[in-house]
Design a protein around this ligand. Structure first.
Ligand code: HEC
Length: 470
């Protein structure tokens, strides 16, 4: 019965196709590399798939597609990857099509062309027909352009043979020789010193994990860096342990500044929404956690970076506006730990009114059906290693008012954050009156308060991954 139905459907579908073919003298020719494929690869794939292509926090495409000879052996794999939606890597739901400026996606046409080319035997076509191959400007330089300041973690570090996961902290200081005066940052790019670097967090510049693009602020937005600033590096190394696998690292971060006389209107800020007190039962295929945060002033949302570990399944950011309406800001239905994507709005960001609440919902799959799950029999709680879990919804944003100093107030506050309660706690724990402290003292006390709150929780938390703005 089912088969008969399927046959009927095929016939029904085939009939109009046949008719169309009759009207069309020549059947559609198989696309060729030089005819159609090369230009799609140039537009959508070569940013990563070329010699020394984009290094997204250690994610480097293992093969280049910059010539017919290089691409031909991968034709079937290309068709598979494109058909299944795995390449190009982009994990936001289709409803967000056109919303984020760094979207990586193919049109239906481009998809069909790549698939038809592979299925048709991946023909070369005629090189003379093709426009000259795209020349990539900097094949091994910084993608943000020539940096004004490059800093590394200050020493070579050896990751031993027997290491699987290792966290190491370093501190370096930006001296006045390196940076004679405060400057506004236009762009930040991290460079892992080797393939075993799993993430770098270097406060206050944010950090990078596999799949992250470098941070480039839109004109009018930036963060300030001052001489004397201490950079706190938190390195996570990850590899298969074994004899001969030990390797050196000296990772670095590069900054590009705005011109000296330029002051951006908006200070870019980054906060993490999340929870530390979840407990994912063994075998649970859909564990859900939710948290909310509220904007106290009009704000410009600039982007989001959802962060979970190997059991992460989906991430959902919902805006609840003060007028009662709601809007899905970001839906990532099939979260992939390997791609720590920052979903970035185009210039100007997305304006939201004071009183907007953001609700973050994340889910995890701790069942055996999750192929990435290292152990479905374990109860999973918060922790640093990729085998423990995290719940972070990083939000980057700026105050909507030009020239506003965000350290005054008005940042994203967690729903349970009660000002009076907070002042009382500070008084009890530190014996000081919050309102009488200077801005710097408040910063120091707040950091101590936060450290206590986390109670030894791994420092992967906090304002990582997205370029920080504290
Ligand atoms: C943002 C960078 C990026 C872009 C853009 C990108 N890729 Fe990839 N691609 C990668 C990385 C990184 C890998 C290695 C994947 C891994 O290790 O999980 C990969 C792997 C692949 C593979 C090999 C999969 C396998 O069999 O192991 C194919 C085929 C592929 N990409 C095709 C494409 C095509 C076609 C496009 C454009 C339509 C594209 N990619 C765009 C980064 C990218």
């Amino acid at each position: 019965m089912k088969q008969a139905l399927a046959l009927l459907m095929i016939l029904a579908l085939a009939a109009p196709l046949a008719a169309a073919n009759n009207n069309n003298d020549a059947p559609t020719a198989t696309p060729t590399y030089y005819g159609q494929v090369q230009s799609i690869l140039e537009q959508e794939c070569q940013v990563c798939h070329r010699p020394n292509g984009a290094n997204l926090g250690g994610m480097v495409a293992p093969m280049a597609f910059t010539s017919y000879q290089e691409t031909r052996p991968w034709a079937r794999s290309i068709a598979r990857q494109v058909e299944s939606g795995l390449m190009p890597p982009w994990h936001a739901a289709p409803q967000h099509h056109g919303v984020f400026e760094n979207e990586r996606s193919l049109t239906e046409d481009q998809k069909a062309t790549l698939i038809a080319w592979a299925k048709g035997g991946a023909p070369m076509g005629n090189a003379a027909d093709a426009p000259p191959a795209k020349v990539w400007e900097r094949s091994d330089g910084w993608t943000i352009g020539e940096p004004d300041l490059v800093m590394d973690m200050g020493q070579d570090f050896f990751v031993e043979d027997d290491v699987r996961d290792q966290y190491v902290n370093f501190e370096t200081v930006i001296t006045e020789e390196m940076l004679p005066e405060p400057r506004w940052i236009k762009a930040v790019e991290f460079r892992p010193g080797g393939p075993v670097v799993h993430h770098i967090i270097a406060r206050p510049f944010g950090g990078i994990a596999p799949g992250n693009d470098p941070t480039v602020h839109h004109d009018g937005f930036g963060t300030l860096v001052k001489p004397g600033t201490t950079i706190r590096w938190n390195m996570h190394y990850h590899k298969e342990p074994g004899p001969g696998t030990g390797t050196w690292d000296r990772s670095s971060v590069a900054l590009r500044f705005y011109p000296k006389d330029y002051k951006p209107d908006h200070v870019m800020q980054s906060k993490s929404m999340g929870k530390f007190d979840f407990e994912i039962p063994p075998g649970d295929s859909n564990y859900v956690a939710t948290t909310t945060a509220k904007f106290e002033r009009d704000a410009l949302l600039l982007g989001y970076t959802p962060h979970m570990h190997l059991r992460g399944k989906s991430a959902h950011y919902l805006a609840k506006y003060p007028d009662g309406t709601e809007e899905v800001l970001l839906d990532v239905p099939r979260y992939d730990f390997n791609w720590q994507t920052h979903y970035k709005y185009p210039a100007g960001g997305k304006k939201i009114p004071a009183g907007t609440e953001i609700e973050l919902t994340m889910t995890w799959d701790n069942s055996a059906d999750n192929p990435a799950n290292p152990d479905p029999t374990k109860t999973v709680v918060y922790g640093g290693p990729t085998t423990a879990e995290m719940m972070f919804g990083f939000v980057s944003y700026a105050d909507a008012e030009a020239g506003y100093n965000p350290s005054n107030t008005g940042f994203l506050s967690q729903q349970r954050f009660n000002r009076e309660e907070f002042r009382k706690t500070i008084k009890e724990r530190f014996g000081v009156d919050w309102d009488s402290l200077s801005e710097e003292e408040q910063g120091e006390i707040f950091r101590r308060y936060r450290r206590q709150q986390r109670q030894g929780a791994d420092s992967d938390a906090g304002e990582g991954t997205v370029s920080g703005g504290e």
